[in-house]
Write a protein that binds this ligand. Structure first.
Ligand SMILES: Nc1ncnc2c1ncn2[C@@H]1O[C@H](COP(=O)(O)OP(=O)(O)OP(=O)(O)O)[C@@H](O)[C@H]1O
Length: 711
């Protein structure tokens, strides 16, 4: 064996090479498994082979993804429970080479996955293992027994740098990590990437929160809410894999392009099994072909609709008018009206789903018959009870008293039949509200109806009243501020037995029903006990840009704290008054394209066709949101309504006044503008030919405003 190189970087590179070799050996071990001896059953063999293929995939060594990104040298050996079988070395060469002369307790390389050598000793520890936690949380104030924390920098797949912190050395100054700054500013090409190497302490607390508790994270733009939510799923799947494999996990995002943007993060962390969906996907009982006027959508999304639906559904149950007569052989058995009614009332009083109660009713009636049989000296068994429950007279009685209800037909009737609606909305919805939701012309069948997105949510509520919705183990709800109360309920019933991570920013609420407070949202979700956490450190947007965007805060979300950016980027903001918007947008895009990374041209939705034409005429290729940027096509033309949650290295924002004016009211318009102003990582160019919105103009100037005109 070669002697360990004396240069610390070379030694780390050697450990990387050895870890890669170990990973390769792990993969080869799995590849060489011969399952013919293990199973002769074809189906079992297929399943086993599938699992092996997954495992081989999970053990792939991605050349551009660092196998480890950090190292921890503990002062004392961590307990066995912490170590995940980690190698605990006495006075490792690397640490003693620091010349610090302490007794060391173990050295751990932290990476995306666990890698062990031929003896089973770990070369790399999974970032989610307990022993990795101090990598994210330890500080000079609380070193957590860590003597040295080392972060590694990579260029391509090569380990090229490292950064050390001696946490117990009082003389060493605390400093902002250069590697963190570089990681954030690394140009963006392709979809969102993971942040596993640089999760911050306050983020890590949320990521590693227990599975039992629900959590709600309020955080301004770019504070890492989405990143935190996705890493939390990966962590929970590690810590509770078996349980969550059974119960399932789900990530909910606002639209397809957003989901497309985030969909690679979990696979990159080795998690392939997580479903990602929009709320619309969850409630897709019918085809959505219609839209609502805002006032109708607000009423349809209001939680009072749940009670209207409940009443309307229960109105289908009618009290029996006649006794049931069951003929068996030569005998006739009667369930008198009063007893039948008692059974129906008792089922209504129970907290049962409509459908479950309907299924229970024949058995209850049969039971009443059985009691009579016993009284008259017969000894019927369970089979007799089943037979009575299936008796034609019982079936007919149940059908008349407790009919089957189709959820879509129920909603169809409520929205199409003014009298029916009035009857069940009485005391809940005003006349004007009822009028707002009623169809001008009622469709005849659910198939011919032009259902809106809000209608689909009503149908989902009705479906849950009829039969319980399946609940998952954990749900992450991103951009949660925009949901209506009825949408929160739809999400809440998918995690009644599990927990939820709610992520959002009240200042970015752009729907007419956006939630005014997290307390309200959580109540609708059925998770009032969730802890509300706040993230205030901003990673995406540089200080100058966030200061400019934050001028809007008093108007859009008074009381919310301004994001405090971790990055200074002088010259990152330029605000220009221009005469020809299209030409200026082309020029600004060309300017940004000279830099590395992605560019987003954001404009009011109605401005998009004109800008598209201008780009096409100039021969500039561009993408729509959700399409993947490539080194050749780095420009995306983004309608302001789809900008939420996305980010670009450089943003050109076209005509703020048009973005504001496109919304039904000023506050929503300014919130939309706030979203658009906070998408840039490295530079924002604002172009306007109309005057800027008053709040953006009149606020005091931030201290640093370099590049371009002053606003
Ligand atoms: N700890 C971190 N290390 C490196 N990058 C980070 C970290 N936290 C967040 N980021 C980066 O900051 C950017 C913003 O993160 P993210 O999209 O999760 O923010 P958000 O709070 O969801 O924003 P928005 O409110 O705009 O949707 C992303 O590029 C993300 O990778």
């Amino acid at each position: 064996m070669n002697a360990a190189p004396s240069d610390p970087l070379a030694r780390e590179q050697a450990h990387l090479a050895a870890s890669r070799a170990a990973l390769r050996a792990m993969r080869e071990d799995v590849e060489s498994l011969d399952i013919r001896d293990v199973t002769t059953n074809w189906v079992n063999a297929q399943v086993l082979q599938g699992q092996i293929d997954e495992r081989i995939k999970a053990l792939a060594d991605l050349s551009h993804t660092p196998l480890f990104f950090g190292r921890l040298d503990f002062l004392h050996a961590p307990g066995a429970d912490q170590a995940e079988g980690a190698e605990v070395q006495k006075g490792s060469a690397a640490t003693s080479a620091q010349g610090r002369g302490r007794e060391t307790g173990g050295q751990f390389y932290i990476g995306r996955r666990h890698v062990h050598d031929a003896d089973g000793d770990p070369m790399v520890i999974d970032w989610r293992a307990p022993v990795s936690q101090p990598f994210y949380r330890a500080s000079k104030k609380d070193p957590q027994d860590v003597g040295l924390r080392r972060r590694f920098g990579y260029t391509g797949g090569d380990l090229t740098a490292y950064e050390d912190e001696h946490l117990t050395d009082a003389t060493e100054a605390e400093q902002v990590s250069k590697l963190l700054q570089e990681e954030i500013e690394r140009p963006r090409v392709g979809p969102m990437r993971d942040i596993v190497a640089t999760i911050q302490p306050e983020q890590d607390e949320i990521v590693r929160g227990g599975l039992g508790g629900s959590v709600c994270v309020q955080g301004g733009p770019g504070t890492g809410k989405t990143a935190v939510g996705l890493h939390r799923v990966a962590y929970l799947l590690y810590a509770h894999r078996e349980r969550l494999a059974r119960t399932g996990t789900l990530v909910i995002g606002p639209n397809r392009s957003f989901l497309h943007y985030i969909e690679q993060v979990l696979p990159a962390l080795g998690e392939l099994e997580v479903r990602q969906a929009t709320v619309a996907d969850l409630v897709a009982h019918v085809e959505v072909r219609g839209t609502d006027e805002p006032d109708a959508a607000v009423v349809k999304g209001d939680a009072r609709m749940a009670e209207v639906l409940r009443r309307a559904l229960r109105s289908h149950v009618t009290m029996p008018q006649e006794a049931i007569v069951v003929v068996r052989g030569s005998r006739r058995w009667r369930v008198p009206v009063y007893e039948f009614e008692e059974i129906v009332r008792e089922l209504l009083a129970r907290d049962m789903r409509y459908g479950a109660a309907r299924e229970a009713l024949p058995q209850r009636l049969a039971h009443a018959v059985l009691v009579q049989m016993e009284r008259s000296g017969e000894a019927p068994d369970d089979r007799v009870q089943d037979a009575v429950a299936r008796n034609a007279a019982v079936k007919a009685a149940v059908k008349a008293v407790w009919p089957q209800v189709d959820p879509a037909r129920l909603v169809l009737r409520l929205l199409g039949d003014a009298e029916f609606l009035a009857e069940h909305a009485e005391g809940l919805l005003s006349e004007a509200e009822q009028k707002a939701v009623l169809w001008a012309k009622a469709p005849r069948t659910p198939k011919s109806a032009k259902w809106s997105a809000a209608d689909a949510v009503l149908i989902d509520e009705a479906a849950d009243l009829v039969a319980r919705t399946h609940s998952l183990g954990h749900v992450v709800l991103d951009e949660a501020q925009d949901l209506s109360p009825m949408q929160y309920r739809a999400v809440g019933r998918r995690c009644t037995t599990g927990s939820v991570t709610v992520l959002g920013d009240l200042a970015q609420g752009t729907t007419p029903w956006a939630t005014p407070s997290w307390g309200e949202a959580l109540a609708h979700l059925g998770k009032s006990d969730a802890v509300v956490e706040e993230l205030t450190a901003g990673f995406r947007v540089p200080r100058e840009v966030i200061a400019y965007a934050s001028r809007l805060l008093p108007a859009i979300a008074p009381g919310l704290a301004e994001v405090s950016s971790v990055r200074e980027a002088p010259g990152s903001l330029s605000v220009r008054h221009v005469d020809d918007l299209d030409a200026a947008a082309l020029a600004a895009c060309a300017e940004s394209l000279r830099q590395e990374g992605s560019i987003g041209l954001i404009a009011a939705d109605h401005r998009v066709p004109a800008l598209a034409a201008a780009l096409a005429a100039a021969g500039v290729t561009y993408l729509a949101p959700g399409e993947e940027t490539t080194p050749d096509t780095r420009l995306t033309l983004v309608p302001a309504s789809l900008a939420k949650g996305l980010e670009y290295d450089y943003v050109v924002l076209d005509e703020p006044a048009a973005v504001v004016a496109a919304e039904p009211d000023e506050r929503t318009g300014l919130r939309r503008l706030y979203v658009a102003l906070t998408r840039a990582v490295s530079g924002l160019t604002v172009l306007h030919s109309a005057p800027l919105p008053e709040v953006l103009r009149s606020a005091p100037l931030p201290e640093v405003l370099a590049g371009g005109d002053r606003p």
